[in-house]
Design a protein around this ligand. Structure first.
Ligand SMILES: *Cc1c(COP(=O)(O)O)cnc(C)c1O
Length: 437
């Protein structure tokens, strides 16, 4: 059997080398170069003795395998690679990005604690903070973390965690990791950074002072849009605690097959991120000058409000951008209908290009956990309606041509869509009122 514990870690500075070699070695029994896929729910336990107790109690940080929820060899290989890429001591792989976020919060927080989190971040995360943590007696302050003063002002004696997503999904606000790490640490709180949109190739939160880095591995780390996964990287003792508490008790174990797919995807991560970033910049420039587009937000453009921070903190601006359509909802409906290379879909970081339209009235107004002032500030940043673009690995000129023809198109659905949407909203409002009565 592959003994992954005996492997010497690859020591290389270059991410391109680590992406291929870290956490991998030829299988000692067969010589297979590709890491084996261990699809086994249970493992033969060691003979009676210290190893058996270690397997059952997980006393050591790399105990013998016992049951696949607690750890499995394919996930462990992925964890070694991700820890190396983020420059962390250890990593915990989980079933999804949300399993990673919830593992972190439910391991390190208890009733009476206070959390400060980005008011705009991945919808699942901000809903976890805004809706679920308060139900557990954990107080949450949602602030604009792109302004470190807001983080400082929100601190309380019982603040245990500052949670920052940068770049923030979907509006691409950038938060200063180094400045916030200092603020959090002075107050005795941990800093966790969701770095999904940057990947270790563009941003290294641990080197900037963060305690934990989180990724939805579903996105760029895997890169092929065919597996869900999540990861937390950080200090060995904290990761071990998360494994024993969150993974064993809350579940959320990654499928070995998904871990294997993500490992395979990681080999090309540095190449892919360079290409995503290059094409996104070309597309951002194209959109910036397009008559149908009223605003483009991309960290690689000089017009980005946090451009200085981007230059100091990120090595490239990544593959995500958002833009606003001069023609509003009708234009968005036509765009979604007429794109051919792009697909109208959620998710991001795939080889294929995706775009998704958020009507601001749904995405911002429906957030019960945001104040009117917060909603107004988000609207001011985005305008009405956001088109979120995940630039894939296709030829940039082909992508630009596809967007151009779809932006210039007129469609019947685009003409009548806004009136139909308004009618639908009136019906929904009426039936909500009737339910209340
Ligand atoms: C998608 C996403 C998540 C959630 O990840 P899942 O794998 O879908 O659970 C968390 N954070 C960010 C920034 C994301 O884009």
């Amino acid at each position: 059997m592959t003994d992954l514990r005996r492997k010497k870690p690859v020591r290389a500075k270059s991410l391109s080398t680590l992406a291929i070699h870290a956490g991998e070695e030829p299988d000692p029994t067969t010589g297979a170069l590709t890491p084996p896929l261990h699809m086994s729910a249970a493992f033969r336990l060691p003979d009676f003795g210290p190893s058996l107790f270690d397997a059952l109690t997980m006393e050591s940080q790399q105990p013998p395998f016992a049951y696949a929820r607690w750890g499995n060899p394919t996930a462990r290989a992925l964890e070694a690679k991700l820890a190396a890429l983020e420059g962390g001591e250890a990593a915990l792989a989980l079933a999804t990005g949300m399993a990673a976020v919830s593992a972190l919060t439910f391991t390190f927080l208890k009733a009476g604690d206070h959390v400060i989190a980005s008011e705009v971040c991945y919808a699942g995360s901000v809903e976890l903070f805004g809706l679920h943590l308060p139900r557990q007696g954990i107080e949450v302050s949602l602030v604009d973390t792109s302004d470190p003063d807001q983080v400082r002002q929100a601190l309380q004696p019982q603040t245990k965690l500052v949670y920052v997503e940068t770049p923030a999904n979907p509006i691409l606000r950038i938060s200063d990791i180094e400045a916030i790490a200092e603020i959090a640490h002075k107050a005795g709180a941990l800093l966790a950074v969701d770095s999904t949109w940057a990947t270790p190739c563009l941003q290294q939160p641990l080197a900037l002072g963060a305690d934990y880095v989180i990724h939805s591995a579903t996105k760029y780390l895997n890169g092929h849009g065919d597996a869900l996964g999540g990861v937390v990287v950080g200090p060995a003792a904290g990761i071990h605690r998360m494994r024993k508490e969150a993974l064993v008790h809350l579940g959320g174990a990654i499928s070995p097959f998904n871990a294997w797919l993500i490992m395979r995807g990681l080999a090309t991560l540095p190449l892919r991120m360079a290409r995503h970033s290059q094409s996104a910049l070309e597309i951002a420039h194209f959109l910036d000058g397009h008559p149908a587009v009223s605003r483009v937000v991309y960290p690689g453009l000089d017009s980005h409000p946090h451009r200085d921070l981007v230059l100091g903190q990120m090595s490239a601006a990544g593959g995500m951008l958002t833009f606003q359509l001069a023609g509003g909802l009708g234009a968005a409906i036509t765009l979604a209908e007429r794109i051919r290379l792009f697909t109208y879909a959620t998710s991001l970081g795939h080889a294929r290009s995706l775009l998704f339209y958020y009507p601001t009235d749904l995405y911002v107004d429906a957030a019960t956990y945001l104040s009117a002032a917060q909603k107004a500030r988000i609207r001011e940043w985005t305008g009405e309606g956001i088109v979120r673009v995940s630039v894939g690995l296709e030829d940039a000129e082909d992508l630009i041509a596809d967007l151009d023809q779809a932006l210039r198109a007129r469609s019947a659905k685009g003409l009548v869509g806004p009136a139909a949407y308004a009618a639908l909203k009136r019906i929904q409002a009426r039936s909500a009122q009737e339910t209340e009565e």
